[in-house]
Every structure is written in C-alpha cells, then in structure tokens.
Design a protein around this ligand. Sequence first.
Ligand code: OSB
Ligand code: MG
Length: 374
Amino acid sequence: MYMKIIKMHLLPIKLQLKTPFISNHETISEREITVIGLKNDAGIWGYGELEAFSTPYYTPETQESARLIIRKIIGPLLKNIQINQPEEITNIFSNIAGNQMAKAAVETAVWDLFAKTQKKTLAALIAQKMNTTYRQNVPVGISIGAKSTFTELKNKVFSANSQGYQRIKIKVTSSEELVIIKRILQEFPNLTFMIDANSSFSLNTTAKLAELAAPNLVMIEQPLRTTDLVDHSRLQSRIKTRLCLDENIFSLDDVKTAYTLKSAQAINLKIARVGGITNSLAIINFCWEHKLLVWCGGMLEAGIGRATNLALASLNGLNFPGDISASSRYYFKDVITSEFILEHGMLSVPVELGIGVVLNSMFQKALQNTISLL
Ligand code: OSB
Ligand code: MG
C-alpha cells in the first residue's frame, strides 16, 4: 500500500513573542515560520513547520531561502512518486546539499501524513520504528534568554521552577555573565541547570568554565564556534562539566565526528537542524549505541513544530527533559486550536492521529487558498 502526494501548500506566518528571546546570535521578538501542508491521494492532510529563522545567524538557512528551496527543488521531487514508508523521503532528498530545515519541514509533514494513513499517533509510529516504547507524558525544561541581572535571573529561575519545569537552561552571551551563573547555581542547589553559550566563548574561557563545575550544572551547551569540533574536544578534556553540541550538528556524520574526537558527551537534537525525523532517529540510535547522551532541543516552535518535537521527545531513552515549554510561554496566539499545558513538569502527547494537533480554521483556510506547488 503506497500513497501519493498530490498537493503541497506553503503558508508564511509571523507570530509575536510575548517577550523577546535573547541569545548570542540575535534578539528575536517576532518569529516567522512557514506551515507546510501536504495532501495525499486519499484527501488526508499532513503538516510540517519550517523552523529556519528570518536571519542566517543560528544556522545558514533563512525562512526565505528555505521556502525558495522547497518551491524550486524539494516540491518537484515529490511529484508523481509513490511513498511506502516515510524514510524514503530522506533518500529522495539526498542529492540536495545542506538545507536541512527546508528538507525537515517537508519530511516531517510526510511523517505526519503517513502516521495518519496508518491510523497511529506520530509518537507511536516513531516508537515502533525505534523498537521501543514511548511516554504519554514528557518531562520538559525551559530555556531562559540571556542578559539578566542576578536578581532578574533569580526571579526567572524561581518562576520557572514554581511552574514545574524539570530543568532550567540559561543562555549566556559572554564570559562575564558566568559570575552571575555561578551565584545562581549556589542559590538553587536542588535545581537542575544547563547553560547555553550559543558559541559565545573561546578556549580563553577554559579556566572560568572549569571553575563553574557543580553537581547541579548538568551540561554546557555549544560553548565554542559553530564550525569547530577540535577546540570543543580540547575544552572537554580540560573541564569536568559535560559539553553538549547544538549548532555544529547537522547530520549523523557530524555526531560521529564529535564522538570520535570526544568533542562532547551530549547532543541537543533538533529535528529541523538535522533534516528531519529519519535522520533524528539514526542519530538517536548512534547515541544509544555509543553512550552519548541525547535529548530533544527546541527553537521557539509554533504549535505544529512543538507537537512534532513532543512526539520525538516522548521516546523512552532520551536522557534529559526537552526544550519544549508550554504554549503559553511563547506566543499570544498560536497556529493550532489546542494548547500544550504544563502539568507536573510534563506536557502530554496528543492522542489524535499523526502529530495530533489541528491548524486553526483561519490558517487552514489561508493555507488552502495558496496555490499548490505540485
Ligand atoms: O540554542 O537551543 C538553542 C532558541 C532558538 C534558537 C536556538 C536555541 C533556542 C533555545 C530555545 O534555546 C529553546 C526553546 O524553548 O524553543
Ligand atoms: Mg542551543
């Protein structure tokens, strides 16, 4: 039994963040996403979310560049093909260098569509592909933007903890901020912290990072340059705290290189950054085999991307709570009809088929009114 994709629609949407999100790369106040809608020959819709940012600071792609690639290159590859399994899509796209987020936007929509044709949730389908089980309630953490004073940060940490988030990630943009981080780690000895430098440090920061080691600091994410794995390896050999990689991981090959060089002990896995779910599952398998820790990251997704992440994060065997906060943390108005609500530090996986969320009627209408690119 195979399916054909007969329509592909793209809908760019801008969402206002409740509070600007500050990282070393940029300050984001408005999140632009693109919803991808695929319709198969049985009239079923699958949805994906294009997660590139408007600017090429976090990764090389942008919303506009990725939409161009989807329209001109990826869309035509879907024409008149028969799909038996969602993994086939990754092979169909394999001649396209890079452009992981463009590929992932379409590939995740195919997974959603496929799960719906199989009358399964995406979470159940992924668990089945991985020969393991999944959780109905997924432990999650929060990522707090950078550049707070000690008092501001203390209040944010207090608030995140009282909402129930199971671990707190703090963004840092310079080594000076580590003084504040150190005080926060001491102030909350019973909470679990990560820091994420988004490439703002260099090996000159080694001594300060070594001093930061504490039982409640479980990892330092992406301390060094986005293109580096060698200096990360040097840094990892000189400090006690485990390193985690984000920006330099675009593929399983990158994970293998990082593992071989001992550049990190953990991987922040983002479906969008590695080109989709099939690649994500291959990376998780590699990490499990080689005892690299792996967990599901986030990048300010709207409802469709959040639901897709949650399906992946529901897999039993991911090692840390995901960067998947409640819907209410980010946007005044999301693109889906339901809301992800935090309960006891967990989000529950939708029980409806596929990603289990529905585009709200205004956006669904707007999406269908765009011209199909197939
Ligand atoms: O580095 O993990 C990151 C957001 C945008 C871009 C990069 C990152 C992040 C986050 C936020 O840390 C995670 C989230 O809550 O979506
Ligand atoms: Mg990061």
